[in-house]
Structures are given as C-alpha cells and as structure tokens.
Write a protein that binds this ligand. Structure first.
Ligand SMILES: Cc1cc2nc3c(=O)[nH]c(=O)nc-3n(C[C@H](O)[C@H](O)[C@H](O)COP(=O)(O)OP(=O)(O)OC[C@H]3O[C@@H](n4cnc5c(N)ncnc54)[C@H](O)[C@@H]3O)c2cc1C
Length: 384
C-alpha cells in the first residue's frame, strides 16, 4: 500500500481507514504503558503518507488542505496523539510548499529528505514565554560567529521529539534582537531531548523538552526572520480541529456500539432504543455534523483562494478551530453520559478520548484570542 500511487482523495481515505484500525488497536496499550507509538510512525512512513504534502515540483503529491484534514481526522479516530503529531509535520511541509518562505535550495533539500521518510516539527514554546502566539520573545538565543550561528536554549512541548529528524527552532538573534527560525538536524552536536512529557492528555505525542547547548549551524540554516509581515493566515493549522473532530467521532462510534449491545434487565432490548439515550446521540451528531461542514468548507475555501484572499481568512480559520474543538469536547462528554460509569473505566477508550480532547484548548489559536479577533472583524465589517 502506497498513498502516492493511489488515485485521488477517496482512494487515499479508504487506505487510511485500514491504517486507522491498526492505530486504534494499539492506542490503549500505548496509552497505558506511556510508550511513544513508534509503530504508527513506521506505518505512516512506509505507506508514503508523510510525503503527501511535498510540493509537486519536487516529486510530491501536494494534496489539498481539504484532503489533509479528512485524512488527519481519520488518523485521529484511531489515535489522537499520532494525528496531532504527524499533523504538525504534514502541515509544516504544506505551508512551506504553498508559501515558499525559505531559500529554494534548502526547501528542495528538505523535500528530498521528507520523501526519504524524514519527519519535522517546530519547537517554539518555552517555559518563559508560554504559548508563542501571545507574542513572547524567545529566550533561546542565536549568536553569529563568522558564517555560523551558535544557539542556546530550552524548548518545551516538542511534539514527536522521539522521531524528529529536523527541528524548526525559534530564537532571538543576539545582535539585532530580531526573532528567527533555524532549521536544525537531529544530528547537530549539543542538541538533546529531555524526557519531560508527563501529560495525562495526548500521552503518545512525546512532547518532551528540547535542549540546545552551543548548537552550531551554518548561516543558511537561518531559514526565516519572523514578525515583520504581521499575523499570517495559516490554513495548515486546520490539522488541529481535524484531530479533535476525529477523536470525538471515535467517541460517538464507541457510544453507539455500546448502546446497541448494553441490555440491562430493567428494559427489553438495548439502551439504544431509549429516548434519553437517543436524545444524547442526536445531540452528538448535531455537534459533529456542524463541525464537519464548517471545517470542510473553510478548508475548501482555502484551497480555492489565491494568496491575497487567503490572508483574509484569518477570522474563519480561528473560528473553525474554536468551534470544532469545543464541539468535540462537548461530544465526548455526551458520549460518556450515554455509556455511564463504565466510561470511566481505565479499559474504556472514552476516558482516553476525554483526556485527549482537552488538549485542543491549549493548541493555537487560543479561544480568547479568536474571540477577540472575531470581535475586531465584526466591527471592521460594520464600518465598511
Ligand atoms: C499536546 C500538545 C502538543 C504541543 N505541541 C507543540 C509543538 O510541537 N511545538 C510547540 O512549540 N508547542 C507545542 N505545544 C504548546 C502549545 O502551542 C502552547 O504553547 C502550550 O500549550 C502552552 O499554552 P498555554 O496557553 O497553556 O500557555 P501560556 O501562554 O503560558 O498560558 C497559560 C494561561 O495564562 C494566560 N496567559 C498567558 N499569557 C497571556 C497573555 N499574554 N494574554 C492573555 N492571557 C495570557 C492564559 O489564560 C493561559 O490560559 C503543544 C501543546 C500541547 C498541549
């Protein structure tokens, strides 16, 4: 099975359906042991999934945002941690393919590496800044010495740390106080991972600390200076709501299967026929259906727009993340109410969905920032 050889979205979605089953089987076991889901990542690489967003110019499929969110949603139905983790990688490559922010030869080099199975993610969060979306200045520093940069600092929440081949590290340039992104290979001397990830949510993301001690990189690995062009619209971040929608859909599916088979002796048949149960299943469906339509339509809007129009989609992109993530939390809660106390059993996948889905609140953009942006947008529209 190779994703790149399949024709179109439908075939690739079908292919992901079968991988999803494997991820789902492994999810509880990995979650209990706290192990990183290495096997899932081997599968994603082996099947060519991890190269699907590479640009066509460099031999990739450059799949649409719509297709990406559909595929990511399916991965999350099997295992939320795997979906969030690979979503960063897929999205970063998609974003670079679309915006060409880096020197072209370096980008081409990265594409070749990704086609060989390399995995990348951004390490932006730090203990002293909190979420980088709040505008904090990195305490990680980069100092120029001749034609090289020396980088020192600590990053937290470095998702996929156990399998990353490349890290995009934000740092403050000592000489100018500007903020820049550096591309750093795992093999760089002075780079190490400290296994700090003890979260009860998204346990399998391996979001450990990245330590940089006198890491030296060539000048060309300063790939991008940040902060000059204002806030950019980032369609690729829709992999985040897709992840939480997928988790909620898995919760819905579990609740329905449970209700079809659970038959206490106070009733004839199973609880699926009870009005109180059907009410909740209907409410879950309302949340999920609304989320799917909102997510897919904004992803398609992104795909159909030119760069100029895409920048105008900032309010929509934030609104989708806010709406879908909060709906997913509500849907998982309702699914647990359908199942009752058994949903709290350590053996039930619902308690994992419950913990995992909460992480969405702490992925960007944050809810309060989105609401603020929407208020600004509404006021501006009114003025016109
Ligand atoms: C599962 C998971 C995976 C992640 N993966 C990555 C990754 O791969 N790479 C990466 O770089 N990061 C990653 N992150 C980190 C993420 O992007 C956030 O930086 C992190 O979750 C911290 O966000 P926060 O809102 O809790 O933190 P903080 O910004 O510290 O905020 C804590 C609280 O303080 C308040 N607050 C703080 N500052 C302000 C302010 N200026 N204005 C208003 N309120 C404020 C808010 O109410 C907030 O709730 C990941 C996070 C999670 C949960």
């Amino acid at each position: 099975m190779n994703f790149a050889e399949l024709k179109g979205t439908d075939e690739r979605l079908k292919c992901m359906d079968s991988l999803k089953e494997d991820f789902s089987e492994r999810a509880n076991r990995n979650n209990d042991s706290g192990e990183f889901p290495f096997q899932n990542f081997d599968d994603l690489k082996r099947t060519g999934y991890t190269a699907l967003t590479v640009s066509q110019e460099y031999g990739g499929k450059e799949i649409s945002l719509y297709e990406l969110v559909r595929l990511q949603e399916k991965i999350a139905e099997g295992d939320g941690s795997t979906a969030l983790g690979i979503g960063w990688h897929m999205g970063i490559i998609k974003n670079l393919s679309e915006k060409r922010l880096w020197d072209e030869s370096l980008f081409q080099f990265l594409c070749e590496e990704v086609k060989k199975g390399a995995i990348i993610n951004a390490a932006a969060t730090e203990p002293g800044t909190g979420s980088p979306t709040r505008g904090g200045k990195p305490q990680t520093t980069a100092e120029k010495q001749g034609q090289t940069w020396t980088i020192n600092g600590r990053k937290t929440f470095t998702t996929l740390a156990p399998v990353l081949d490349f890290f995009i590290v934000t740092a403050t340039l000592k000489e100018s106080e500007e903020i820049a992104n550096f591309l750093i290979p795992r093999s760089a001397s002075g780079l190490r991972i400290e296994e700090t990830w003890d979260s009860i949510s998204m346990r399998g993301t391996g979001s450990h600390d990245l330590i940089l001690e006198n890491v030296i990189v060539e000048d060309q690995f300063l790939v991008e200076k940040l902060g000059k062009s204002g806030q950019r619209a980032n369609g690729w971040l829709l992999h985040i709501p897709a992840c939480y929608l997928g988790i909620a859909q898995a919760a819905q599916s579990h609740a329905i299967k449970f209700s079809q088979s659970y038959s206490p002796n106070s009733i004839d048949g199973s609880i699926i026929d009870l009005p109180n149960v059907r009410q909740k299943i209907g409410e879950i469906e309302l949340e999920l259906m609304r989320s799917r339509h909102f997510l897919y339509s904004v992803a398609k809007l992104w795909d159909e727009s030119d760069e100029n129009k895409r920048n105008g989609l900032l309010p929509e992109l934030g609104a989708v993340k806010h709406a879908v993530t909060n709906s997913a939390i509500k849907a998982v809660d309702l699914a647990m109410r359908v199942v009752g106390a058994r949903s709290l059993s350590a053996k039930s996948p619902l308690q994992r969905y419950y913990r995992d889905v909460r992480a969405g609140l702490h992925n960007p953009p944050m809810d309060d920032m989105t609401i603020n942006l929407l208020a600004q947008h509404a006021i501006q529209v009114q003025k016109k």
